[in-house]
Design a protein around this ligand. Sequence first.
Ligand code: PPS
Ligand code: ADP
Length: 502
Amino acid sequence: MTTETGELRDLPTLTPGPAELADLELLLNGAFQPLTGFLGAVDAATVAAAGRLSDGTPWPVPVTLAVPEDLVKEERLILTDPEGVPLAVLTAAEAWKEPAPAPDADPLPEPAPSGWRMAGPVTPLRTPEHGPFRGLRVPPDEVRLELAGAPALAVATRTPLHRRQLGQLRQLAEKLGARVLVLPLLGEGGHDALVRAVLSVRRELPGDALVVPVPLAERHGRELLLTAHVAAAYGATHLFAPSFTAADEEAAPLTLAAPEPWAFDESLDVWRPTAKIDPDDVRDEPTDEELADLLDRGEEIPEWFTTPAVAEELRRAHPPRHRRGVTVFFTGLSGSGKSTLARGLSDMLVERGGRTVTLLDGDVVRRLLSAGLTFSREDRDLNIRRIGYVAAEITRHGGVAVCAPIAPYTATRAEVRRMVEAAGDFVLVHVSTPLAECERRDRKGLYAKARAGVIPEFTGISDPYEAPEDADLTIDTSGLSPHDAVTRVFDHLVAGGWVRTG
Ligand SMILES: Nc1ncnc2c1ncn2[C@@H]1O[C@H](COP(=O)(O)OS(=O)(=O)O)[C@@H](OP(=O)(O)O)[C@H]1O
Ligand SMILES: Nc1ncnc2c1ncn2[C@@H]1O[C@H](COP(=O)(O)OP(=O)(O)O)[C@@H](O)[C@H]1O
């Protein structure tokens, strides 16, 4: 082992979050040029405010790295992947704190989470080796070499290319005399279906088109400009951009190219420029909502709209609801009825058959998965994240996860919703039985102990419960039989299509 490696072994390590790891890959491979590291406080502020680094260089979005407080004094950090494999060394230039948003701040766009950040250049230790379609993830300099300075029209997309975009792309590429470079953008969660869908339409693209997946985390705002910077780093001269403003055009490092509007001509059964079609013969495309609805109900995706191969990928990624994974997450005070409802619902689902059901009850989880955790905020959050992780995996594999913890904090529940929705569907049920009724029931005698001060930090008595504002269903079980309460949840699942009756 070399001295350098020996030294590195002693450095503290940090595993960045999924979005930060994606940013790291793009910092390291040059897709985020001119950036070579995570931004400091001043740059992050000028970028957020004006789309420029503090030296005036245009850059659209803050690229920052969150660090726990105990690492802020370190001079160097090893950044690792989630399995702990070292990927890069960060040489700290500055540790800074993102302030908490003002209480009256506009909630949109969502502010960056508050907390410590570490800025500084990153140097690679090794290239990430795993992940689906890793072989296609050619670095920007190699793609630039392949394009050899000739005109190249990039299309950066988070959704499959349907027949309209394919026609527009062919027309625009021909007009510009450009090669086509498709950049499927991989955000959080599994995006293998997107890459397969793009590869499946390769034959509809010019023969020399390149497909290079890019791990670009989704941002709130300035996505077009960010993709323009990334596309330019890969050597594109033009970016396929159906709509943009004059300010976008001025700030973009390449030419934003608007395609001509296309539509499906019913009289001829072809897609072509709208200008050439009699308005009576224009057939409307399904909207995103209509498409999602067709998939939810397991209905045919029209072949005039997209190719059969893309439709197949869409169906695989979004199976009909009665086969899609779903997490039913009960939240509420102790004694509100969560366990009773969760058990009743699981039984009802098992009795019907056709779906695999896993019950993650609050008490049971605490005896196994979360044994040893306390009821401090940190431990409650960790407990809920663990439940969320398991529920998301069950959901990813098409099962039904039924969870019944107190889950008192809005932010942590939102985190679980995000995790699960990257894999399938999430149904939040607020068991809103009032505290007085829960305390009257006091099945385990815990409220009496909490009132007497024997149990500290007891939810509803000496610890907070943040009632959800995003519940899909709210049930107050006072004055309701357990059977009727369970039936309400079951009926919600039937109405939503997750369970089929008859
Ligand atoms: N301090 C304190 N506060 C709240 N609850 C307490 C506490 N101490 C023990 N218990 C018992 O633990 C059960 C709640 O655990 P959870 O894992 O669901 O809680 S949390 O989601 O992590 O907040 C809860 O079970 P349920 O009654 O099923 O909700 C209680 O029985
Ligand atoms: N409609 C109802 N739904 C659920 N529980 C009810 C209902 N009516 C009365 N209960 C009683 O309330 C208590 C709820 O306890 P439990 O389900 O363990 O709640 P939690 O898991 O939220 O602590 C049980 O004793 C249950 O029999």
